[in-house]
Design a protein around this ligand. Structure first.
Ligand code: NAD
Length: 435
């Protein structure tokens, strides 16, 4: 399969991005969920303090010679939130909105996400404040290499393993891998995941997050006694996660009645031909004017009377304003943080079954783990083997979280946090405090 090495022109930087920063400090928003779970777990104060603080925070200046000959200095971050369970894992984003608070929040999120699906990884995140859409390929390569060099002290297959995130892709990961390899004097492909398959990437990685969403949605529907056949689904975001999840849910018999991207949304009560929509987006880079469906606005998509709502675009879309109008029975959080902390109780009171982001979109990091394992073994698996092992982990994790939710009479999000925090806390207790 040909690799698309273009950076997405359709960045997740959106006009209301400020909402993320204004409505809630991202770190505190994530931590409010952490605190609730920690309280229910009756976490001892010492472990609580450890888990509330990132292990390492590195800020680097990244000088880059631009094509014009000028030198610009960018700011980059890498936060290792927790590495008690194994090497820290988390993406690198290139975005004008990157802040240390956001990187810290995302690094903590990765810690809980890896633990909820029981991967032997900790959590990390990185970012560089830049606008990649205004940079040439050469400038991006120099930025990536200098940033990688700047965070070299953290990186390594046994210590910290980055992956793609907003505005970074397989090509950027290839540069990270090459820079690291040149610095250590050997080819080390296990230092990053999300690489091209030709250089140690894994089959199934690109589809993994969407596939994971389909798998946990299927579990949720079964738990609620709702048939997949004919179930109606609305999907916000039609990129890597949303389009794959929509296609796989359609294959399971669901009717995808609405899809949307940052330019607009579409509705067809009889069901949208997802494969045709994917082909249309490949050609036009947007869903706008896709034939066979009527245009609706983004908020309408979120509040449709459907069985499943899959927000797979960006954070903070289900706010206290939108939550009372949600009519879906199941919300599968393909995106990271699509529901604000304040909206959680509203969805609970309406009886909406929410599959929380740290569980719902963990398919991506799970196949990143498979990629790392394959690189370290030097032995590569078929796509069928990857998909089978992914299904095993996602369904088992869903059932673990559901069991905890039932046992403690809490929602799936709190149960997912409880499960992951207890796993990280147990390791801290067993390891003790190095002095
Ligand atoms: P992507 O860039 O491939 O696609 C994003 C989609 O969201 C695009 O269709 C875009 O048009 C749409 N979008 C952007 N702004 C929007 C807006 N304001 N309203 C409606 N739609 C909008 O990104 P992706 O990889 O699919 O990631 C989507 C979400 O899933 C992000 O929150 C990301 O952090 C999360 N996530 C992705 C992965 C992964 O493996 N790709 C893993 C875990 C979580």
């Amino acid at each position: 399969m040909a690799i698309d090495l273009r950076l997405p022109t359709d960045s997740i930087v959106h006009p209301d991005k400020d909402r993320f920063l204004n409505e809630d400090n991202p770190f505190e928003a994530m931590m409010s969920r952490f605190d609730r779970a920690a309280e229910l777990l009756d976490l001892e104060p010492g472990i609580y303090r450890i888990l509330r603080n990132p292990e390492k925070q590195l800020i680097v200046s990244v000088p880059v010679q631009l094509d014009s000959g000028d030198v610009e200095v960018f700011t980059g971050y890498r936060v290792v939130y927790n590495s008690s369970r194994g090497p820290s894992k988390g993406g690198i984003r290139f975005d004008m909105q990157v802040t240390l608070e956001e990187v810290k929040a995302l690094a903590a999120w990765m810690t809980w996400k890896c633990a909820v699906v029981n991967l032997p990884f900790g959590g990390a995140k990185g970012g560089v404040i830049c606008d990649p859409h205004k940079m040439s390929i050469g400038e991006l390569e120099r930025l990536t290499r200098r940033y990688t060099s700047g965070i070299m002290q953290l990186l390594g297959p046994d210590t910290d393993v980055p992956a793609p995130d907003v505005n970074t892709n397989e090509r950027v990961m290839a540069w990270v891998m090459d820079t690291y390899s040149m610095r250590v004097g050997r080819t080390e492909n296990a230092v990053v995941t999300g690489k091209p398959v030709e250089m140690g990437g894994s089959y199934g990685r690109r589809e993994a997050t969407g596939r994971g969403c389909m798998l946990v949605t299927r579990e949720a529907m079964e738990h609620l006694g709702l048939p997949m056949q004919g179930a109606t689904v609305a999907v916000q975001g039609f990129g890597n996660v949303g389009s794959v999840a929509a296609r796989l849910l359609a294959r399971e018999g669901c009717k995808i009645v609405a899809i949307g991207d940052r330019f607009g949304a579409l509705y067809n009560a009889a069901g949208i031909d997802v494969d045709a929509a994917i082909a249309y987006v490949q050609e036009h880079r947007t869903l706008v004017d896709f034939p066979g469906a009527e245009a609706i606005d983004s908020e309408t998509l979120l509040t449709l009377d459907v069985d499943v709502l899959l927000p797979a675009a960006m954070e903070n879309v289900i706010t206290t304003k939108v939550a009372p109008k949600i009519r879906a029975k199941v919300v599968c959080e393909g995106a990271n943080g699509p529901t604000t902390a304040a909206a959680d109780p509203i969805l609970d009171s309406k009886g909406v079954f929410v599959i929380p982001d740290i569980l719902a979109n963990a398919g991506g990091v799970t196949v990143s783990y498979f990629e790392w394992v394959q690189d370290r073994m030097g032995y590569f698996w078929s796509e069928d083997v990857v998909n089978e092992r992914l299904a095993d982990i996602m369904t088992r994790s869903f059932r673990d979280v559901l069991q905890l939710a039932t046992q403690h009479n809490v929602n799936m999000r709190t149960a997912a946090y409880m499960l992951s925090i207890s796993r990280v806390a147990t390791v801290h207790r067993l390891r003790g405090i190095y002095a």
